[in-house]
Design a protein around this ligand. Structure first.
Ligand SMILES: *[C@@H]1O[C@H](CO)[C@@H](O)[C@H](O)[C@H]1NC(C)=O
Ligand SMILES: *[C@@H]1O[C@H](CO)[C@@H](O)[C@H](O)[C@H]1NC(C)=O
Ligand SMILES: *[C@@H]1O[C@H](CO)[C@@H](O)[C@H](O)[C@H]1NC(C)=O
Ligand SMILES: *[C@@H]1O[C@H](CO)[C@@H](O)[C@H](O)[C@H]1NC(C)=O
Ligand SMILES: *[C@@H]1O[C@H](CO)[C@@H](O)[C@H](O)[C@H]1NC(C)=O
Ligand SMILES: *[C@@H]1O[C@H](CO)[C@@H](O)[C@H](O)[C@H]1NC(C)=O
Ligand SMILES: *[C@@H]1O[C@H](CO)[C@@H](O)[C@H](O)[C@H]1NC(C)=O
Length: 850
């Protein structure tokens, strides 16, 4: 105690000679103090150092961008030692360290730097650099390697360009990011950290307290294995991951100082790369993690592969099966997979997986000079080796990593992943090689194709969008491939992990963070040739759809929403943000929107083969749809609908599922469009009763049409109608016809009971169908259109029934058609050639259907 008092005494003695700084300086000398209402400004005015208030009238010392009005704090000195009031100040103490002091607090110093001490402080200065680094140095020594102390060695939640995170293996000093307790208000250390683990092959782990929630994957020479969207370095941005015997570091650099970019770990546990967009005066999220369910650590357990484009997302590596089938079917893959056949060391073979995120590399053997063949030999000889791979992908691949034990946290990418060789019993590899595997391969190829083309489209769009907004400087950063691609991924992916324990960082709170891609009205006008009649693709209850071509040649579909019953701009934007986040290979992608005066436009991907009804109900075109394609379409719609109902974060009831809302891509893969429209038009209850019935007669369930009751089961009904239409190639004319022959559902039901259901199949499909598959589909269709909503299956059961021969299906009860009401139908589709699809094309909106 006496020592402390003595020190305090000396301190005040010393500080009586201090003078406060009075102008915008970048440097604090040993004779100056910085009060809580003063700042240091870096030489080119990029960063400021000063005090900012926290909660409970506390004060913190930190640095922020000087020219951004909405203060963005990038470093905090005393995050866990706040000043209790604004009477504090910063100074260089006698011992040469910078200290934060508050005379009215007992504690001295409140906070201090960690530089080597020294007898007198005369020569030391504290300077704020334009990089944001706050450095303590001798006044006449500017060599960066001689800094006595620097804030870049003590990161808080933000990594700035040029700032390293990682390990100095000599000294054991380690730097990592730790989130704020509450971003924006409470800078004290939060639960989340982002830290390099040097064991095995170094990786960066995002942790919630001790629990890993995400890992970057090992660095493969070009990028992290778990961030395939990272592009090779350019002049404007470079990523660097260095490892040698002295240290392991990650850092990034930006070529131009005028571009502000940072990597931040939010208090919600999301890692974000943000770049300042001056023209819009906001930070824009260029990349973030976790992006989707598959980014969740161990989402699919040992030997499980997560594929965010599949539903369910978890699959087993070939030669493995789910360990807990029941949980697996309930979409909880965390128990992972087990081998079909035990290994037999010497006779085992290796299964080649492509485009994966390598399994966790904490406990692996690695040798950076061995090649793939030596690696295989090594693994083959060691019976406990379960997999091997190249470490680096550059120059055709180099280095060798081998796993023993379980392979954890793998995911499958559409593109940009790595090759992995998994040890299997020879018989399993042979099986996959002949039968089962080829199917899987095709599937992957298909996904790759689709996703790549989509990515290219989005990339084009976003680049155009940026250019349009004159964000040339940003385009230069990397709104070239990386920026735009990452950004578009931001926009278009995010799937909630449904059964995982880490709900709290799944991102509900981040809803507001998402960037809404806005298109310029003039761009759209030009793209659609001023909404010309020639570009009109179709018309529905929600508005007219136009084909458009952006200047760079990219095709889009533009929906110009009808002006009635429109929400306010903010509400509308929020709904769009939601819809933009729904992403599935069987949903049409929404690229963005345009809001101008009274105009509301939605911009979608363009689908080459237009809508299902234009082919299915057209006598000339329908033969294109052989049974294989029809079955594929049925399963695709089911998957898309399942995603809307169960797998997406927001339960969406489509409410207007019909053949004209099923679009087909160039390979005849179905994509559901117009989902979420009910929300845009202002009624967002999920299971409720509404006086405004939105939907299309012929597809509407009885309870919805008559009473306005809607639920997922109303969508299931519409799906059942669609299935029967796809099988028969005939349009359901509405349930109000009492004559069964006129009514598709009644007819199907009668033939089913008579045992002649196979006659239902459209003769245009030829003889190529499998009778059991057709019967199963009819069975499913009839189950879906049962009159009582509670009798109808959920979409997950539907998918199970469609995909498995062995599932036992209940007998269908009578379909919901025998209701003798003939609603006033408005049919404005006058120009249709084929009578068979002229009815019920129009989405009707009935007020007070009851
Ligand atoms: C800062 O606060 C001190 C006292 O706390 C006061 O004397 C001084 O005028 C203030 N300076 C500015 C620029 O507000
Ligand atoms: C602020 O004060 C309240 C009440 O004393 C306390 O519960 C809360 O934890 C404090 N907040 C911080 C950030 O210290
Ligand atoms: C100062 O450095 C020592 C040893 O390097 C370390 O243990 C301590 O936590 C550091 N203190 C602060 C406040 O950074
Ligand atoms: C810096 O200044 C100190 C004291 O004036 C002096 O002893 C030292 O040699 C100087 N160092 C350099 C590199 O000029
Ligand atoms: C970490 O995981 C354990 C075991 O799964 C769990 O009990 C605990 O709540 C988790 N901690 C956090 C902070 O999520
Ligand atoms: C890596 O493999 C090469 C070639 O087999 C060998 O010469 C070298 O000693 C190995 N290095 C280590 C660290 O095991
Ligand atoms: C097999 O590999 C493991 C892990 O690298 C190692 O501990 C073990 O000694 C190896 N066994 C043999 C027989 O080389």
């Amino acid at each position: 105690m006496p020592g402390f008092l003595f020190f305090l005494f000396c301190f005040f003695l010393a500080s009586s000679q201090h003078i406060t700084i009075s102008f915008s300086a970048d440097t604090l000398t040993s004779t100056q103090i910085l009060l809580t209402n003063q700042t240091l400004i870096s030489p080119s005015q990029v960063f400021a150092l000063g005090f900012f208030p926290g909660t409970n009238s506390t004060w913190y010392l930190g640095t922020w961008y000087n020219n951004i009005n909405d203060r963005t704090i990038v470093w905090v000195a005393n995050r866990d030692n706040p000043l209790e009031n604004s009477n504090g100040f910063l100074t260089i103490a006698e011992n040469g360290n910078i200290v934060l002091t508050n005379p009215s607090m007992k504690k001295y110093p409140v906070w201090s730097s960690n530089a080597t001490t020294k007898a007198n402080n005369n020569n030391r200065v504290l300077q704020l650099l334009d990089t944001g680094n706050l450095v303590l140095r001798e006044a006449n020594i500017t060599d960066p390697t001689k800094y006595l102390w620097q804030s870049f060695d003590y990161p808080t939640d933000t990594l700035l360009p040029g700032m390293k995170m990682g390990w100095n293996l000599d000294t054991g000093v380690e730097k990592h990011l730790t989130s704020w307790k509450a971003t924006g208000s409470d800078p004290s250390s939060g639960d989340y950290s982002f830290k390099i683990d040097t064991r095995g092959i170094p990786e960066i782990f995002l942790r919630d307290d001790q629990n890993i929630t995400y890992r970057s994957g090992p660095w493969n020479g070009e990028r992290f294995s778990g961030v395939p969207e990272m592009q090779p370095n350019t002049d404007t941005i470079t990523f660097d991951f260095s490892y040698d015997k002295d240290g392991v570091y990650y850092l990034f650099s930006i070529g131009s100082r005028s571009i502000l970019s940072r990597l931040v770990l939010t208090s919600g546990g999301e890692l974000q790369r943000l770049t300042w967009v001056p023209s819009r005066n906001t930070w824009t999220k260029f990349w973030y993690a976790r992006k989707d369910q598959c980014d969740g650590y161990r989402e699919c357990g040992p030997y499980g592969l997560c594929d965010s484009n599949a539903s369910p997302v978890c699959t087993c590596v070939g030669g493995f099966r789910p360990r807990n089938l029941q949980a697996w079917n309930l979409r909880d893959g965390s128990d992972g997979c087990v081998r079909n056949t035990d290994l037999d060391c010497g006779r085992d073979k290796f299964l080649h997986l492509e485009n994966v995120k390598l399994p966790e590399t904490t406990y692996v053997f690695a040798n950076r000079t061995m090649n793939l063949r030596e690696c295989e030999d090594l693994c083959r000889k060691n019976c406990s080796c379960t997999a091997y791979a190249n470490i680096e992908i550059t120059n055709g691949g180099s280095g060798c990593v081998t796993w023993t034990g379980e392979l954890i946290d793998m995911r499958l990418y559409p593109a940009g992943g790595q090759d992995l060789y998994v040890r299997l019993a020879a018989s399993d590899v042979d099986d996959i090689g002949s039968g089962g595997g080829s199917h899987k391969k095709n599937h992957i190829g298909e996904v790759v194709g689709i996703t790549i083309s989509a990515a290219v489209i989005i990339l084009g769009l976003v680049v155009i969008f940026w250019k349009k907004r004159k964000l040339l400087s940003i385009s230069n950063v990397k709104a070239g491939p990386r920026g735009s691609f990452q950004r578009s991924r931001d926009l278009l992916t995010t799937v909630q992990r449904k059964f995982s324990t880490n709900r709290k960082n799944s991102g509900e709170r981040n809803m507001d963070d998402i960037e809404l891609p806005m298109f310029d009205f003039n761009t759209i006008t030009m793209a659609t040739d001023n909404f010309s009649e020639a570009n009109k693709l179709g018309q529905g209850g929600f508005g007219i759809v136009y084909r458009g071509r952006l200047m760079e040649g990219q095709d889009i579909a533009v929906k110009r929403l009808s002006k009635s019953s429109m929400q306010g701009v903010e509400e509308f934007k929020n709904e769009i943000k939601l819809i933009v986040r729904l992403q599935h290979r069987n949903l049409v992608r929404l690229f963005g929107c345009c809001i101008e005066m009274h105009e509301r436009l939605l911009v979608y991907e363009y689908m080459e083969n237009r809508s299902l009804d234009s082919i299915l109900f057209d006598k000339a075109k329908k033969p294109i749809l052989d049974w294989k394609r029809r079955f594929n379409i049925i399963c695709g719609i089911a998957r898309g609908l399942l995603y809307l109902h169960h797998d997406s974060r927001f339960r969406i009831i489509h409410r207007d599922l019909k053949a004209s809302n099923i679009l087909l891509d160039s390979e005849m893969n179905p994509k559901i469009s117009d989902f979420g429209m009910a929300r845009l038009f202002g009624s967002n209850q999920t299971e409720a009763n509404t006086s405004r019935v939105v939907g299309t007669y012929g597809y509407m369930s009885p309870e919805y049409a008559m009473d306005g009751n809607f639920s997922v089961k109303s969508d299931v009904f519409s799906f059942g109608v669609l299935v029967l239409e796809i099988i028969t190639g005939k349009k359901n004319r509405g349930f109000y016809y009492s004559n069964e022959d006129m009514n598709l559902l009644g007819n199907a039901w009668r033939q089913w009971r008579d045992g002649s259901a196979l006659e239902l199949i459209d003769s245009s499909t030829g003889d190529s169908y499998s009778p059991s598959e057709v019967l199963r589909c009819i069975h499913v269709g009839l189950l879906c259109v049962q009159e009582r909503a509670e009798d109808r299956p959920t979409m997950s059961s539907v998918l199970l029934m469609l995909s498995s021969e062995s599932v036992l299906m209940p007998q269908p009860r009578n379909p919901g058609f025998s209701i003798g009401k003939n609603p006033a139908e408005t049919d404005s589709s006058s120009s249709k050639k084929d009578e068979s699809w002229s009815v019920n094309q129009v989405t009707v909106t009935l007020l007070d259907a009851r």
